[in-house]
Design a protein around this ligand. Structure first.
Ligand SMILES: [Zn+2]
Length: 390
């Protein structure tokens, strides 16, 4: 099949060190010097350095893709490590972008890594995509999926798509003129809440490895202009049955973005379009302190709240509200004892140390964490007057 991406190899040649590094590519006729120079000239943008983005960026880097853009705004947390293999335990709390760039540089210092610390949005997508040949979506959420799809169609760039859930994955190439786009398949997103995310439904850790490697393979084939790309084909991976199937996809002439009479001619508000307005707002409200009366009411109601006491053990012996004790100074090395998916209320004596604990946990990627305003002193004053104050 003829290539649809025209990567023009640079006039620059490979250094002797690079020739040695890529020798297993160079001795194959399907790659050879011409192909390796195409890889070096290629510019690929990966959205996200998470589960899919880890193998995707690592293999593209190892293969010698010359310019690799990575987009991320998140920090590494403990729940990422089960599948996001580009990040290590020591990276918890670091920016994913920095953690990923360090690993990629270590794999292949000849690759030009471009870091974009931002959330991909309607405002920046076209500008970001401008300097790249291929866009690979490693984020796997609906707003980004529709946004990257529409931005790829509008800017004429191929989208290497991957998606994962529990034991099932999908991969395809969208938005090339001769093939369908994601909206040809799904013009509208499912109603919010109908399809659970990996954070809600879980995902087996190796699955993003499988699917991310398929995305990397398709990206490399597009660059080389070799083989039979996943254009017009949706690959379905069932890891439990270990079965790979494929669906033929056709370009939809009525497609709202790539059809004959498109109704989408510029980027829209994708958070709203996908009905998930809440995420950022939820983070904002959770930054607020929680009052002792509110905590008491919610604990009595049986809400799933994890009370974290960051005082010292001897203070705990004086008085406590049955919190889980991790002294503030021990928190960095014991943070793995905490579950970032649960709502956490941190407290100390008066609220100062626990505010630091909350800041630290946020840096470490915890999103649902509150500070108990006034600490256990306020609890003694306003909830349980029998409790000793010290
Ligand atoms: Zn379409």
């Amino acid at each position: 099949m003829a290539t649809t991406i025209d990567i023009t190899p640079q006039t620059a040649t490979l250094s002797n060190e690079e020739i040695l590094r890529y020798s297993r590519h160079l001795i194959m006729p399907e790659v050879g010097m011409e192909g390796q120079l195409k890889l070096k000239a290629a510019r690929v943008l990966c959205i996200g350095t998470g589960g899919l983005g880890s193998p995707l960026t690592m293999y593209l880097t190892a293969a010698g893709v010359g310019t690799l853009g990575i987009v991320d705004f998140d920090v590494v947390d403990y729940t990422n490590l089960q599948r996001q293999i580009i990040h290590s335990t020591a990276d918890v709390g670091r920016k994913k972008l920095d953690s990923a760039a360090d690993k990629l540089k270590a794999i292949n210092p000849f690759v030009n890594i471009k870091k974009f610390e931002t959330r991909l949005s309607s405002e920046n997508a076209l500008e970001l995509f401008k300097d790249f040949d291929i866009i690979a979506d490693g984020t796997d959420n609906f707003p980004t999926r529709y946004l990257t799809n529409d931005a790829c169609v509008l800017s004429g760039k191929p989208l290497v798509y991957g998606s994962i859930f529990r034991f099932e994955g999908q991969a395809s190439i969208f938005a090339l003129p001769e093939g369908p786009c994601y909206r040809c398949l799904y013009p509208e997103p499912p109603p919010p809440g109908l399809v659970p995310s990996c954070a809600e439904g879980g995902v087996i850790g190796v699955l993003p490895g499988l699917v991310g490697v398929i995305q990397a393979t398709e990206t490399i084939k597009l660059i080389l202009g070799k083989g039979d790309p996943l254009i017009g084909r949706l690959l379905l991976v069932d890891a439990m049955a270990m079965k790979f199937r494929e669906l033929k996809l056709r370009k939809n002439p009525e497609c709202p973005v790539c059809g004959k009479n498109p109704t989408i001619t510029k980027l829209i508000d994708y958070e709203e379009f996908c009905g998930i307005r809440g995420e950022e707002q939820a983070v904002e409200t959770s930054t607020a302190d929680i009052q002792v009366e509110e905590l008491k009411r919610r604990l009595d109601k049986g809400d799933d709240i994890f009370v974290l006491d960051v005082r010292e053990p001897h203070e705990y012996q004086i008085c406590n509200i049955n919190g889980y004790l991790i002294p503030l100074g021990d928190l960095p090395k014991r943070v793995n004892e905490l579950d970032s998916s649960r709502e956490i209320v941190a407290h100390c004596r008066s609220g100062v140390r626990s505010a630091k604990a909350v800041d630290f946990l946020r840096q470490a990627g915890f999103k649902k964490v509150h500070n108990l305003a006034g600490g256990i002193l306020a609890w003694a004053d306003r909830v349980n007057p029998k409790m000793p104050k010290y």
